[in-house]
Structure formats: structure tokens, C-alpha cells
Design a protein around this ligand. Structure first.
Ligand code: CA
Ligand code: CA
Length: 575
């Protein structure tokens, strides 16, 4: 009751200051074409726009109207999806920065640079994937595991909350999610033995409402009180291993107002060495569906039980309608594409979306479990015959960077296809003994990632969720690391590390337009309309996990340059 009253007072005060983003507006974001209020262009994460002005016939006239540099010496990976509201664009940048720009001219209105302490521990570059809008606030998370809410008009900090201790390996890179009036966030840090969780806060004050750990045995909370343990302690984790169990929710989540559930993917169990934690290790490498009103897990589906390959199951769960039912689709890092009933979690379909998968031959649709190929699991360093310091090396595909990683796919209700940015690579992986030390890497594994084909690693694939068939693909030399946008103008937009923003015909895959942005694209494009004209924007700036962890992939990417800018396009007049 108290929380509601405070929210009401803050809302009333904010209402006097001008335009307000409401929960209903966020819920309808995918239908309203004059703004982009959420990561995913709608909380279901479909990344589909009903706009048609830019289409397969007109896209030849698409040209840049402005570009704005993030400036400074701080470049590296720019994985951010911009938001657009009330004439402003809100875009986050590397090193926990955020900018507000005039959406028509790109002119900078304000910027905020979060002061980061020494010793932050992001595993996979100093990225940020975007912000959330609510009331008069723009809210984003930082590399030192904090949340910052700023006034949309002035850039002044309204509230700041610490999510967790960065010195224990916690960080945050995902865009927060607004669901049923709450602000939902996850945590990063799966390589440091953190405990994954999802938290809900009052978006106007930052006050914690509930917390739900994603490792069994840990206690959840609701309004400051205990709210039940997640799962059953020690059911799927031996001894004390659940205390450093990982399952980080580092890519954030999606929400479907129809089911009332928020869907968060969970990362690898800790450590990577699977022999020290025999069992399924719930709820790592899973989708967890959480009732946003109670903070309880309603269902879960685990794609990689007892993961031994860093197959984080964090990938976005995108809800859509199929055969008259609400379903959810996920292109998992482990190379399989899953369709689950969004209400019950029941597995409906599972098929490979990359060409080479060696760790499992298929997914049993009855039990929902993978049929493992045991030779692909790296050996136990303490097994008979091993020397105690290193287990038998195994080859596994996909490599640990995954058939798909952080780059979000798109779904078109018009073509009924998913457009999935995929990568083909494998790895040699071996296990080593490991002990948990606060703030230390908690892997117990070594690895070398390697390409599988000469002519490409990346491939944008149009996939039919009913049949698993690939309708078309566009190959890419370097690994794809940016997200996808699709429109009712029968277009699919995506960026490449080589720097091109591309558009293809959604039906045929024919590339009909491209533009060189000056650095690699590792972020998802957006589209919206302003004054009756359709705009497209994308952030450019090469980086992310690939240059840090790429191994033999390096020769495909060593010509790529860093950057940091946002580009905006619209149609030039005819003639
Ligand atoms: Ca919208
Ligand atoms: Ca991981």
C-alpha cells in the first residue's frame, strides 16, 4: 500500500513537469509507431514495426540525415538499442554513458557519464544495451551493478540504487524491462560465481519490490519479507555448489501482458567444469517464467542441463501467436531453436538453427531433454588416467560464443518468420580444477574457438518456427553480433561487424540496400515515425565479446576498427 501511495505522489508531481510514459504506453509499444519505449520495440521482443513507408520499392532512397559521435577516448563495443520519445532519442554507450539527443537533428541535449570505480569486472567488454522509460525518467544499469534514473528533460539524477557488489564480480549491461508497472532487471557475472536473480523495483523511486534468485536453494523476497526458496535445495546441485551457482540473467528479459509472465534466460552454471557439480543445476541455462505480481517462478524450461560448454541460456524469449496459441521462441546459444507454450512452458518444437552441433544429436520432444553426445563433453581432470591438472580436450560445436549470442532476433507476424543472426564456430575445450575465490574468474576450463567454414562465420537466417526450415540466409564473413529489425514494408534490417547496416527483402533475403557506418555494428536497429515520416536508427561501434575471446577467429576481424556513434536515416525525396 505504502509503495502505491509513494508512486502515486511521484506520478502526480511528475505529471506537472510534462509528458509521461505510462505502463499502458509501454505495454502497447509495439503498436504505436511514433515512439520506441522499450528494448525489443515492445516488451514481447518481436522487433517488428507496422510502418510501410520504407519498403522494398522505396528503400533505395534511404539515406543518412544525421550522425552523432559518443566522443571521448572511450570507444569499444556499442551494443545499445536507442529509445525514442517526445522528440528525444535516449541512447546508452560504452563505459556506462547515456545521451539524450534531438531526434530530428541529432543535436545533443544532455549526457551523463556514470563514475565507474577501479576494478569493475565485465567479462565481455564495457558494453551497455539500452535504457527503459517510465514516468518522466530514463533508467539504465551500469558496469558496477547499479541502476541510475535520470530526468528525461534535464539529465539530472533522480534516484540511484546499488544492485550488488561489483568486487564480487557482479555487473550489469542489459536494458531494464518495464512489466506491469515494475522495473525488472537481472545481473551479469556468470564467470565469477555470482548468484543470478531477477529483481523488480518501483520505477519511480528505485525501491525494491521483489527478488527472485535463479539458482535453487536461494531465498526470494517480496516487500522486504521472505518469499520462498527457489526450487529445492540440493535437488540438482551437490553439496555447497549452489552457493556459487551462476545462472546470471545478463541479457534481461521480455514480458507478455497476455500471460502476465516475465521471461528471463539464465546463463551458465558456475564453474564451467561440469564434473564438480553433477546434476541438472537448476535453473541455469534455462528460461524462467516469473509471475510479475508475486515474484515466483511459474514454469521453467532448461535447454542445457549440467551445461559443460558455457551454453548460457540467456537468449531472448520472444512471444508470438502460432496455431492460435501464445508461444515463445528462443534461439539458444547451444545451437537449438526452441518453441515453448508461453503460458505453461511445455516444449512444442526444437530444431537446430546452425549447421553443426556436436554436443547433442537432438532434443527429445517428449521429455524436453537433449540427447547428449558424450565425446563432446570435456573430460574430468580427476578421472582415472588424467593427470589431475587437465582433463581430456573435447571438440564442441557451437563454440562457447554460441550459435547466437546477445544479438536479438526479430519476428514478423506478416511473414511468420523469425530473422535470426547466427554464427558457425566450434571450440577445443578442456577442464581444470578450480576453487571459488571472491571476484576471481570461476571457470575451471580452457578453450580455443575456431571457425568451421572458410567463407563465413555469421549468417542471417529466416526461420520458419513451425517446420524449422531456413527460408533464406545471407552469409557474413565476420561473426554477426548486432540485432535485427523487421517491418511491414517487407524489410529486414541488421548490421555487420564490417560496418554495414543492411536491408533485405523479408521474403527472399535479397539484399536491397546497405550503408557503411564507419565502424562495426554490434547493436540492433530501430524504426519509428515522426511528423509522418519513417526513420531508422542504429548505433555503430565495433567490440563486445568477439575481439576479447575470439581465438582463431581473430583473423576474420583484425581489420575492424573501433568507433562510437549513432546514425539516423530517412527517405530522400524523389528525383
Ligand atoms: Ca511504440
Ligand atoms: Ca557464460
Amino acid at each position: 500500500m505504502k509503495r502505491t501511495l509513494i508512486s502515486l505522489l511521484v506520478t502526480l508531481a511528475a505529471a506537472q513537469a510534462g509528458a509521461q510514459v505510462t505502463d499502458a504506453m509501454v505495454t502497447n509499444d509495439a503498436q504505436t509507431t511514433n515512439d520506441v519505449l522499450s528494448w525489443g520495440m515492445g516488451t514481447q521482443g518481436q522487433r517488428h514495426s507496422t510502418l510501410t513507408e520504407i519498403n522494398t520499392s522505396t528503400v533505395g532512397r534511404l539515406a543518412p540525415i544525421w550522425s552523432m559521435s559518443f566522443g571521448g577516448e572511450k570507444q569499444r563495443g556499442q551494443e545499445s538499442q536507442p529509445l525514442v520519445y517526445n522528440g528525444k532519442m535516449f541512447v546508452t554507450a560504452s563505459y556506462s554513458r547515456i545521451f539524450a539527443l534531438d531526434v530530428k537533428t541529432g543535436q545533443k541535449l544532455w549526457k551523463y557519464e556514470h563514475r565507474l570505480p577501479e576494478g569493475i569486472m565485465p567479462c565481455c567488454d564495457v558494453v551497455n544495451r539500452g535504457a527503459a522509460l517510465f514516468g518522466n525518467l530514463v533508467i539504465y544499469s551500469t558496469l558496477d551493478a547499479q541502476l541510475v534514473a535520470l530526468d528525461q528533460n534535464t539529465g539530472k539524477v533522480v534516484w540511484k540504487e546499488k544492485i550488488d557488489d561489483y568486487s564480487a564480480g557482479y555487473s550489469n549491461t542489459a536494458a531494464p524491462l518495464i512489466a506491469d508497472g515494475l522495473l525488472l532487471t537481472g545481473v551479469s557475472g556468470g564467470e565469477f560465481g555470482v548468484v543470478g536473480r531477477v529483481e523488480a523495483r518501483d520505477p519511480l523511486t528505485g525501491k525494491l519490490v521483489w527478488s527472485r534468485p535463479t539458482v535453487e536453494g536461494h531465498m526470494g523476497t517480496l516487500n522486504g519479507k521472505d518469499n520462498g526458496i527457489t526450487g529445492t535445495t540440493n535437488a540438482t546441485w551437490p553439496g555447497e555448489t549452489w552457493k556459487t551457482g551462476g545462472a546470471a540473467t545478463w541479457l534481461g528479459g521480455t514480458y507478455d501482458a497476455k500471460t502476465g509472465l516475465a521471461y528471463f534466460g539464465t546463463g551458465n552454471p558456475g564453474p564451467w567444469n561440469s564434473h564438480v557439480r553433477k546434476g541438472d543445476n537448476l535453473y541455469s541455462a534455462s528460461t524462467v517464467a516469473i509471475d510479475v505480481k508475486t515474484g515466483k517462478i511459474v514454469w521453467h524450461y532448461q535447454s542445457t542441463p549440467n551445461d559443460g560448454w558455457d551454453y548460457d541460456g540467456v537468449n531472448e524469449f520472444v512471444t508470438f501467436d502460432m496455431d492460435g496459441k501464445r508461444m515463445g521462441a528462443k534461439a539458444d546459444r547451444n545451437g537449438f531453436f526452441y518453441i515453448n507454450d508461453a503460458t505453461t512452458g511445455k516444449l512444442v518444437n526444437a530444431f537446430p538453427f546452425v549447421k553443426k552441433i556436436t554436443w547433442a544429436s537432438s532434443i527429445d520432444l517428449k521429455t524436453g531433454r537433449p540427447n547428449y553426445i558424450e565425446e563432446s563433453r570435456p573430460g574430468d581432470p580427476t578421472a582415472p588416467g588424467a593427470d589431475g591438472t587437465k582433463g581430456k580436450t573435447a571438440f564442441a560445436a557451437p563454440g562457447f560464443l554460441g550459435g547466437k549470442n546477445q544479438m536479438p532476433m526479430a519476428y514478423s507476424p506478416k511473414s511468420q518468420l523469425f530473422y535470426v543472426p547466427t554464427n558457425e564456430w566450434g571450440m577445443d575445450i578442456w577442464n581444470e580444477p578450480v576453487a571459488y575465490k571472491k571476484g576471481g574468474a570461476f571457470l575451471g576450463a580452457g578453450f580455443t574457438i575456431k571457425p568451421l567454414f572458410e567463407d563465413h562465420i555469421g549468417s542471417l537466417r529466416a526461420i520458419d518456427p513451425k517446420t524449422g526450415k531456413v527460408a533464406w540466409e545471407v552469409k557474413n564473413n565476420a561473426p554477426l553480433w548486432g540485432g535485427v529489425l523487421t517491418t511491414a514494408g517487407d524489410l529486414v534490417f541488421w548490421g555487420t561487424p564490417e560496418g554495414f547496416l543492411k536491408a533485405a527483402d523479408a521474403k527472399t533475403g535479397k539484399v536491397v540496400w546497405q550503408f557503411q557506418t564507419g565502424s562495426g555494428i554490434v547493436a540492433p536497429p530501430i524504426t519509428w515515425s515522426e511528423g509522418g515520416e519513417q526513420y531508422v536508427s542504429v548505433v555503430s561501434g565495433w567490440g563486445g565479446a568477439v575481439p576479447l575471446w575470439g581465438g582463431e577467429v581473430a583473423k576474420k576481424i583484425n581489420l575492424l576498427e573501433q568507433g562510437g556513434s549513432v546514425w539516423t536515416f530517412k527517405l530522400m525525396k524523389k528525383g
